[in-house]
Design a protein around this ligand. Structure first.
Ligand code: SF4
Length: 333
């Protein structure tokens, strides 16, 4: 499969009064065509800022300070705002967390969708409006015509989320990024929204990044998983291999923290806290919680190692390829 998106050594910092908060800190990640990748991490691990960095929508006091986001050969971070608009909403659709906060409160939702469609297609306003109504129907809204005339504050959280999905999908993007798309919704609506996203991704043959703190969603929906910790990806591989044998000590801790390894609908809650992005330690970011910490972990940041077919881990217990894998697993047992 061809690589569609490649994020290389991404650093996004927030310049605060109390110091520099390194929210995304050397992140590496790639998504292949047709792949549905789940990015999992605790609150505060940098998931949302990563999504915003990919579409270059980080605003002051935040700033992407280093790295590349290569989409189909083009580094998106090098594009002007105008050039980037051709990608956003057309090639790349973003379903942001907090739908209501991301919709324009003063514009009817039908017009918001129609405007995104108009910006990228040679159609008139009437055709764009009809497309908006069609999209609202597609995302499962009853009485779509009446809903299109509504303002965001007249909608429930679930409905506003559906509007966000319609907005993200109206131009049939190649890559859909869903950032905690079901957060704050009740369980029934959550599963309806997830089914909807999956259905649309599958029908359109698109690639997707599902950003979540729910391992169950990833186990059910995704082909690949990436584990995020303190602004870095620490493990990435196929979902089945990950749940059979997670490799990074943090991933093992995550799975072991779930009762009887029951993953459905469980959220991440680990003992101890993440290192503050204001004062990350030298070396491995997981050293403060890791039971296997060694001297080298406090001095040298581990590289992202290719340890198996399509499988990467960022930890000193491993070595490139499969050499020494046995000994790493013994240490982790
Ligand atoms: Fe633990 Fe060291 Fe691996 Fe970090 S590099 S996860 S501290 S063993």
């Amino acid at each position: 499969l061809k690589t569609l998106l490649q994020i290389q050594d991404l650093h996004t910092y927030f310049y605060l009064r109390k110091g520099i908060s390194k929210v995304v800190n050397g992140l590496q990640l790639s998504v292949r065509e047709g792949e549905l990748l789940g990015v999992v991490g605790e609150s505060g691990s940098g998931k949302t800022v990563t999504a915003m960095s990919v579409v270059n929508r980080v605003r002051m006091p935040g700033k992407v300070v280093k790295g590349k986001v290569i989409y189909q050969g083009q580094d998106l971070l090098k594009l002007s705002e105008e050039e980037l608009r051709k990608y956003r909403g057309k090639e790349i659709g973003l379903i942001a967390a907090n739908a209501r906060g991301n919709l324009n409160p003063l514009v009817k939702v039908g017009n918001q969708i129609a405007n995104v469609y108009l910006a990228h297609n040679k159609v008139n306003k009437k055709e764009a409006w009809e497309k908006a109504v069609e999209m609202l129907r597609m995302v499962g809204m009853n009485d779509a015509l009446r809903r299109a005339e509504a303002y965001p504050h007249e909608m429930s959280g679930g409905m506003a989320q559906r509007v966000m999905i319609a907005l993200a999908l109206v131009n049939s993007p190649n890559l859909l990024i869903a950032d905690d798309a079901t957060n704050g919704l009740d369980v029934t609506v959550q599963s309806q929204i997830m089914d909807l996203i999956l259905d649309i991704v599958n029908k359109q043959g698109a690639s997707g990044i599902l950003i979540t703190h729910d391992l169950g969603v990833v186990a059910q929906c995704c082909s690949e998983i990436a584990i995020m910790y303190c602004g870095q990806i620490v493990e990435k591989g196929p979902v089945t291999a990950f749940f059979d044998e997670p490799k990074h000590p943090y991933s093992r801790n995550l799975l072991n923290s779930l009762p009887e390894r029951r993953i459905t609908q469980e959220r991440i809650e680990l003992k101890g806290s993440l290192s503050s992005p204001l004062s990350l330690p030298t070396g491995c970011v997981y050293q403060t919680r890791c039971p296997y910490v060694m001297d080298v972990c406090r001095k040298v940041e581990p590289s992202m190692l290719h340890v198996d077919d399509n499988y990467n881990v960022k930890c000193h217990l491993y070595q490139e390829k499969t050499e020494n894998r046995g000994s790493a697993n013994e240490k982790l047992a």
